[in-house]
Design a protein around this ligand. Structure first.
Ligand SMILES: Cc1ncc(COP(=O)(O)O)c(C=O)c1O
Length: 383
């Protein structure tokens, strides 16, 4: 029999049975009172998750479509934009802005490092003509969480908009959209939101709307004014992923029932357990603990064992699927996701399988050390 699969990559992530069941109900029309009721309920709950009073749009495309929506509606050709890059997805945000003709000032803080606020402050002071700042809440490629509150406080003193990619953070790591001055926040369905891929969610501030209305960039499918007009009747401009909306309603109900503070605390606990296990096995994290993500942990390939070789053994022999490195980190790191529909037992499965795979590959780690460290974190001992 093939091994049962334990998907622990940072998206797509496992989907709770309640969400799968909701998505399998008979499809309904989207120009109906029933759809409008579901849509409205979803947006109200998303406001709690995003901590915002801003407009929220649920759009049928992947997260990158959400990033493009943010750029296409606020950035004009020739605009000066500051891109804060800490990995693959920060680079992608910069590329999208460049594709729309922006003059992108790209600051690379290093893969595995977080954004240095002193550099941001300096850049903003030296360039009062930035129209937008692009930031990544949680850089999935490196397992780093950036200080969006800190960045937001700096950008709020300027006329620039703050566009934040929260795709692998929102729903697992707290973000205070309004309090932190995030003008456009983007997330996607297939990460901490516990759905299959296919939806992006985008929140737009009043300050951002002023730019949207004056924006000269071409847009059609990604048009926010078109989305806004439709949402006034709890409709969508084009045919939405109706089944995904059913699933999103169910996923948000689960999140509301758990309570967002508990959701964030659970993600923090799982991340601490994974980090403790990794340390106990003598492995090293890519980022400093201080900025290590609560939704995905990036770990250097063990000495003498390739990161991808390790992943192969984990997948083929134990059904445990971790992600590899991206871009310049390809083959150098592996990543364990603990986001969305994830609990303590998932971590124990991952750590137990990791120990066995390491042993098989001749890495000198004592069996059970990682498990003990994770279990102690769960039982409230040392971490
Ligand atoms: C931080 C971040 N930004 C953007 C993306 C791209 O999203 P999608 O693959 O849904 O287009 C991802 C997906 O892995 C991500 O983790």
């Amino acid at each position: 029999m093939p091994a049962k699969e334990y998907l622990m990559i940072p998206g797509p992530t496992p989907v709770p049975p309640q969400v799968s069941a909701a998505m399998s109900r008979p499809i309904g029309g989207h120009r109906t009172d029933e759809f409008a009721r579901i849509h409205q309920g979803i947006v109200e709950k998303l406001k709690t998750v995003f901590q915002t009073q801003n407009d929220i749009f649920v759009l049928t495309h992947s997260g990158t479509g959400g990033m493009e929506t943010a750029v296409a509606n606020t950035v004009n050709p020739g605009d000066k934009v500051l891109a804060l890059v800490t990995g693959n997805f920060g680079e992608r945000f910069a590329k999208i802005a460049r594709a729309y003709g922006a003059l992108v000032d790209e600051v690379d803080f290093g893969w595995g490092k977080d954004v240095d606020l002193a550099v941001v402050e300096e850049k903003l002071k030296a360039n009062p003509d930035y129209k937008a700042v692009l930031a990544t809440q949680n850089e999935t490629s490196t397992g780093v969480t950036n200080d969006i509150a800190g960045i937001g406080a700096l950008v709020a003193k300027t006329p620039a908009l703050l566009l934040v990619d929260g795709i692998s953070g929102v729903g697992g790591i707290e973000i205070k959209t309004d309090a932190w001055g995030v003008d456009v926040l983007i997330t996607a369905s297939q990460k901490a939101m516990m759905l299959p891929p296919g939806l992006a969610m985008v929140a737009v501030s009043k300050k951002a709307w002023e730019a949207v209305e004056k924006c000269r960039s071409p847009r059609f499918y990604f048009s926010l004014p078109a989305a806004k007009k439709a949402v006034e009747k709890w409709n969508t401009a084009y045919t939405p992923g109706v089944s995904l909306f059913y699933g999103l309603e169910a996923a948000l109900e689960l999140m509301m029932a758990e309570g967002m503070d508990n959701v964030y605390a659970r993600h923090g606990l799982l991340a601490r357990a994974v980090r403790a296990a990794v340390r106990a096995l003598g492995l090293t994290l890519l980022p400093e603990e201080r900025c290590a993500s609560n939704t995905v942990t990036a770990i250097h390939g063990p000495d003498g064992v390739g990161a991808d070789e390790l992943r192969k053994v984990l997948k083929n022999r134990y059904g445990v699927v971790f992600a590899g490195g991206q871009g310049i980190l390809k083959g150098k790191i592996f990543r364990i996701a603990h986001m969305g529909y994830a609990g303590k037992t998932d971590v124990l499965v991952a750590v137990g399988a990791l120990e066995m795979a390491l042993a098989e590959l001749g890495y000198p780690a004592e069996l059970g050390r990682g498990m003990k460290a994770a279990q102690e974190v769960f039982l409230g001992g040392s971490d």
